[in-house]
Design a protein around this ligand. Structure first.
Ligand code: IGP
Length: 405
């Protein structure tokens, strides 16, 4: 069962009014179903200030713990409000088909009363991430809070003024495509990944970036996540400071505007926004920040539903189709083709958006396949970063030399 099951009629009924007397009640029921322990939380407000509950279902009999507090508990009021906002955000995300939860669900504060309805909140997997993308997202939440304390947003905003100017990421992709007749290449500076482990042992980000540039890459993507991809913002900064001219994409799991400002101070020209993690409203808001900072945004989707959402958001120029599910790691390059067929493909062409085919591209045949499907750019990591000479790796990937010389 999903984390939050919206409004359910529970087999719980108001019974003897003498049992519990309070306006707010929070009930935890621990029950055991064929040895499988579940923790459920039921939150509700009764229409009257006096009520009681009694579990009716036979399998709800094990233990019933009831805690209560009064609405007048002002000290708790802020915490309750925060909890409500969190719940609202969760519900909004679920309504958009977003399966990734942004943080582990916190326990309802004492005294919390839901709206005038019964809700069943299943806590089965509230404390552990369900897949790698969720794990990374939860970790980002903690990481960003910590980084923000060390380097507050106000300070970053000032630092942005001294950042090197942005370069035209989208323009570079268009030019490359015109120059070569092939999809523009975003070459990824990637040391490791959770799905593939270490890709390159003696990893020198600047050396790789320079080789990519020589090999004819239009733009570069630099992984900045440290824990899961062994990247770092310092790599972005080092590549920019080394004089690499290709525009740079900051490859980060963005969950907070702070990361976008940080990317800009390190010399990024574009950032990635992952639709599987962000709501429509968040994407819209983050796009505005990108625009203000002169950054391009690559908005990544990996299924029809996300593509539909993204097509409904104004102002997106670059859409990435990830052939790798970040939830299951499954790679299938026909994903790019499938998402570009039909109505979605038509809308993309009508809006003149640039589609980037992402992940799992290894051969000239793969490139031709996604190009025929309609992509105008590709994002490639593994197949070229693994080569002892990444410059030659690019020629191998495209089946010919695409460098400027
Ligand atoms: O190494 P590959 O299979 O060529 O994939 C590159 C890139 O698409 C992949 O690294 C990627 C696509 N979207 C992401 C989001 C986060 C981290 C990584 C990614």
């Amino acid at each position: 069962m999903e984390g939050l099951v919206p409004v359910q009629r529970l087999p719980v009924r108001v019974d003897s009014p003498s049992l519990y007397r309070c306006s707010n009640v929070s009930v935890s029921i621990r029950r055991s179903l064929s040895g499988f322990a579940m923790d459920k939380r039921i939150r509700f407000t009764a229409p009257s200030s006096q009520f009681s509950i009694r579990a009716q279902q036979s399998d709800l009999k094990e233990s019933l713990a009831v805690s209560s507090s009064s609405v007048e508990d002002k000290g708790n009021a802020l915490r309750i409000k925060e909890w409500e906002v969190e719940m609202y955000q969760d519900e909004l995300a679920v309504s958009q088909g977003i399966r990734i939860r942004r943080k582990p669900r916190s326990k309802a504060p004492l005294g919390y009363s839901g709206p005038f309805e019964l809700r069943l909140h299943n806590n089965d997997d509230a404390d552990s991430p369900r897949n790698i993308l969720e794990e990374i997202t939860w970790y980002k939440d903690v990481e960003v809070s910590r980084l923000k304390e060390l380097n507050p947003l106000d300070a970053l905003k000032k630092a942005v003024e001294n950042a090197p100017p942005t370069r035209d990421f989208v323009g570079a992709l268009r030019m490359a495509q015109e120059r070569t007749g092939l999809p523009g290449l975003i070459a990824e500076v990637k040391k490791a990944s959770p799905s593939r482990g270490i890709l390159k042992e003696n990893f020198d980000p600047v050396e790789i970036a320079q080789a990519y540039e020589k090999g004819g890459a239009a733009c570069l993507s630099v992984l900045t996540d440290q824990k899961y991809f062994q990247g770092g913002f310092e790599n972005l900064e080092a590549i920019r400071n080394a004089g690499v001219k290709c525009p740079l994409l900051c490859k980060e799991f963005v969950v907070d505007p702070w990361q976008i400002y940080c990317a800009r101070t390190k010399g990024a020209d574009a950032v990635l926004l992952i639709a599987a993690v962000l709501t429509d409203l968040e994407i819209t808001y983050l796009l505005k920040i990108c625009k203000k900072l002169g950054l391009a945004a690559l908005v990544e989707v990996h299924d029809e539903r996300e593509m539909g959402r993204v097509l409904g958001i104004e102002g997106i120029e670059l859409v990435g189709i990830n052939n790798r599910s970040l939830e299951t790691f499954k790679v299938d390059i026909s994903n790019t083709k499938n998402l570009l067929e039909g109505e979605h493909g038509r809308q993309i062409r009508e809006k003149d958006m640039i589609v980037v085919g992402e992940s799992g591209l290894f051969t000239p045949h793969d490139i031709a396949y996604v190009q025929a499907a309609g992509v105008r750019a590709v994002l490639v990591g593994e197949s070229i970063v693994k080569q002892s000479d990444p410059e030659k790796g690019i020629a191998g990937l495209f089946g010919r030399n695409i460098s400027h010389t």
